[in-house]
Design a protein around this ligand. Sequence first.
Ligand code: NAD
Length: 485
Amino acid sequence: MTPMPEKVAITVARGDGIGPEIMDATLQILEKCGAALAFEEIEIGKAVYERGFSSGIEPGSWDSLRRTKVFLKAPITTPQGGGFNSLNVTIRKTLGMFANVRPCVSYHPYVDTKHPGMDVVIVRENEEDLYAGIEHRQTDDVYQCLKLISRPGSEKIVRYAFEYARKSGRNKVTCLSKDNIMKLTDGLFHDVFDEIGAEYPDIEKDHWIIDIGAARLADTPEIFDVVVMPNLYGDILSDVAAQITGSVGLGGSSNIGQHCAMFEAIHGSAPDISGKGIANPSGLLLGAVMMLNHIGQTEEAERVHNAWLKTIEDGVHTGDIYKEGLSTKRVGTSEFASAVVDRLGQVPTKLKAIEYDKTTSACFVLPQLKSMPPTDKLTVGVDVFVHFRGTADELAAGVQKNLMKGIDLKIITNRGVKVWPGGMPETFCSDHWRIRFVPTHADRMSHREIVEILTGISAAGFDFIKTENLCTFDGERGYSLAQGE
Ligand code: NAD
C-alpha cells in the first residue's frame, strides 16, 4: 500500500456574504479529490471588525498564517467609511505577497462570452501604488493620496511576470502604465519592465499606455497573454478581464510572496445574493487549484481542474452563467460542488484538458534584486505647500516679504498648474498652493535653509501643510516641472 502523504496545513477563512457558501462547496471538493490537507480555520471580516479590530483580523490569527504560510480565503465585506483598514490589503502587505496573479479564461461555447479565444493572465503588483494607504486631508478643499512606486517593488513584480510566463509556456508579457503623464512613478515601472525584459529574449514584450491598453483588453483580449501592471490598474482591469470571460464568479487568484501565499476568488462577498445558495463557487475553487499547485499537489490540482471543466462542459451551471440553449441544468452552489465531485477522475472532451507539470512545483525562487549603487543626491530646492484662501499675487507678495537672502521664489502652482508669475485669470484655484523655492547663488539648498524658509512663511501668517525636497540624483532631475513652468 502506498503510504499516505503527510498532510499540508492550510489556514482557511470563510469570510462574509457568499463566502461561507462558496467555501463549503470548495472544501467539499478538496476533501473528495484526494488532496492531503489539514485545515486550520480562522475568523476574519465583518464580525471581527465589529468586535473592534480595525483590520478585520484578530492578533492570534497571524500565528496560524505565519505557521502554515498558505491561506485559502473567502471574500469578506469591507466596512465603508473611516476607522477601518482593508483586510485584504493588510494581509497582502503584512505577509509580503507582492504578486497577485489572476488568470482570466473564457470557456466558449459552454459559457456565453463575446471573447471566445480569451486566455489572459493579469499579474498585478500588490503592495505599492495608491494602496500604500497614506492619505491626508490637507486643506478645507483638498485631500491627498500618495502614490508610491519603488524600484525593488517594480523589479519583483516585473520579474515575477516574466518568470511566470516562462514557466507556464506563455509567449508574451505586456506592461500597462500611464508613464506619459506620471513620468517618474509609472515611468520607473516602465523602465524596469524594459530593463528586466531584456533578460528574457525568448519572450515577446510590449508596452501600452493604460487607457488604450484597457480599451484593447476589453475589446480584443486575444492579443494579450501575460499582462503586468501597477496595483490600481491591475485591480480594476482584472475584474474587467474576469467579467468578460462570462462572469466575475469564474476567476480565481493567487497572492504570492517570498514567505507566504494566499488564494482566493477575484470577486467580493456579493451581499446581493448571499444566503440564497446560488453563488458560483468556481472562483474560489480555481483559487484552490492554484493553491494545490503551489504546495506541489499537482495531480490533485489537475484532477479538480479537469472535473470542473467537465462540469462546465456538461452545461451544469450556476445562475450567473446559466443560459438557455447553452446550459443543460441550473444548479445552486452545493449542487454544483456535488456535480464536480461526481466528475473527479474525468477530463473534458471538448474543452482542452489541463495537464500540469508534475516534475516541478509552481513555486519559483526569484533571483536576488539587482543591487543599485547609491546615487549622488543633491537637494536643489524645496516645494512648500500652504493652505490659503486668497489670490496668487497676495500669496507671492506675503511670502516674499520674509524671504531670506540667497533664496528665490520661483513659481507658485495650484493643483499643479502655474498661477504665478504670469498666471491666467481662467485658472481655477483651490485653497491648496505649492510654492517652489530655489537657491540663487548656490547649486544646493541646505536643511537649515529649508527650516528658515518655513519660519519666514509661518511668520508671514501662512499655514504651511507640507514640504517636498527637490533633488537631483546623479544630476538627473527627481521631480516634475509644473504645468506651464
Ligand atoms: P462583488 O464582486 O461582491 O459583486 C459584484 C457582482 O457580481 C454582484 O452582482 C454579485 O452578485 C456578482 N457576483 C460576485 N461573485 C459572484 C459569484 N461567485 N457568483 C455569482 N455572482 C457573483 O462586488 P461588490 O458588490 O462591489 O462588493 C461586495 C463586497 O465585497 C464589498 O464589501 C467589497 O469591499 C468586498 N470585496 C471583497 C473582496 C475580497 O474579499 N477579496 C474583493 C472585492 C470586493
